[in-house]
Design a protein around this ligand. Structure first.
Ligand code: OKP
Ligand code: ZN
Length: 343
């Protein structure tokens, strides 16, 4: 399987508000480097650089004004005399009356975010574009008739909505790749999100559309981030009704129950008969993940890959979360090896 990877992800390294104190983000460069090292040591296949794409390739999944905001946020922030990372501090929650776009960067940061989990630094936009381009190049590989490809994206993308960042995410790499597949002739695409956290951003982007089926298996929102999306009752709207499938599972879920959910997801995906399948591949479902609450074990990831291969759809794997840095490489690549029948 071909892997797409750019070291430009290193240009982004952020802070995180953790237990009330500012510290180093769990979402750090070493994550992608550990996965790359495992791709190489297992001989998964060639590793190639992503191509470049212009900003128009991100539109469709995102609005133009959101992309403009991301591209200029660092300059607007530093123009106010600040040199630390940019973080939002105020949000337009229920009950606040204005939907007007603010004119200054402090207002824009809140307007275009769901939480304070996506800091903006000097290299963030370059890294974010390279991550999206990695996913786009992976979709192009499927278009050139590869059976599968692995977009080793960083930063992740699935919490980023049409007009907001959050949860370490800026551009929604999986959604951008899915839209690109449609632009290049796919009639229908499915996205299966197996990150521990609900892919609220991907759901947001395709909620009213029937050409993209979104399926997510995740920790139940009553007790798991992102808390405000991911219930089974969210089934899509308008033309998209029935094309959004949430499969929330309780804390402590292990492979038995997880596997049942994965088969359920598989039936929905095969019914959709997509020309391409995008997997939002998070391995924070691991038993020792520091921020999540499922109990999957290392060999379970081989089985997950094997089950996904059984859906028999050209498949693009897009890297999302996974914060147990020592094991993220082994677990993520196990999914790919399992998919290829190397288990
Ligand atoms: C990103 B991805 C929980 C804090 C949650 C944000 C988590 C973002 C996860 N104690 N902070 O889905 O892996
Ligand atoms: Zn996650």
């Amino acid at each position: 399987m071909l892997t797409l990877y750019s070291s430009d992800h290193r240009l982004h390294h952020g802070v995180e508000l953790k237990d009330g104190a500012i510290s180093d983000s769990f979402e750090k460069p070493q994550r992608a480097e550990t996965v790359l090292a495992r791709v190489e040591s297992t001989g998964l296949g060639d590793v190639v650089l992503p191509k470049s794409y212009d900003r128009t390739s991100y539109i469709g999944a995102h609005s133009e004004r959101y992309i403009d905001f991301l591209a200029s946020a660092w300059d607007e922030w530093t123009a106010t005399g600040r040199s630390c990372q940019a973080l939002p501090l105020v949000w337009p929650v229920r009950g606040l009356p204005s939907a007007e776009l603010p004119q200054t960067i402090d207002g824009k940061l809140g307007f275009f975010s769901m939480d304070a989990g996506s800091p903006i630094n000097v290299g963030t936009w370059t890294a974010v574009c390279s991550s999206a381009n990695t996913a786009l190049t992976g979709m192009d590989a499927l278009g050139e008739s590869a059976r599968a490809a692995f977009a080793l994206c960083r930063p992740p993308g699935h919490h980023a909505g049409r007009e907001y960042m959050g949860g370490y995410c800026y551009l929604n790499n999986a959604a951008i790749a899915a839209q690109h597949g449609l632009n290049r002739g796919a009639r229908r695409v499915a996205i299966l999100d197996i990150d521990f956290h609900h892919g609220n951003g991907t759901q947001d982007i395709f909620y009213d559309r029937s050409d993209v089926l979104f399926v997510s298996i995740h920790g139940e929102p009553g007790v798991s981030y992102p808390y405000f999306a991911g219930y089974a009752t969210e089934r899509g709207a308008g033309a998209g009704e029935g094309f959004n499938l949430n499969l929330p599972l309780p804390k402590g879920t292990a492979m038995n129950e997880y596997e049942a959910a994965l088969h359920h997801a598989g039936s929905a995906i095969m019914r959709h008969a997509p020309d391409a399948l995008v997997i939002s591949l998070g391995v924070d479902t691991f038993e020792h993940d520091p921020i999540s609450h499922f109990r999957l074990r290392t060999p379970d990831y081989l089985r997950i890959g094997e089950i996904i291969a059984g859906f028999d759809v050209p498949t693009l794997f897009v890297m999302e979360g996974g914060y147990m840095v020592d094991e993220i490489g082994i677990n993520a690549v196990n999914v790919l090896l399992g998919f290829e029948g190397r288990n």
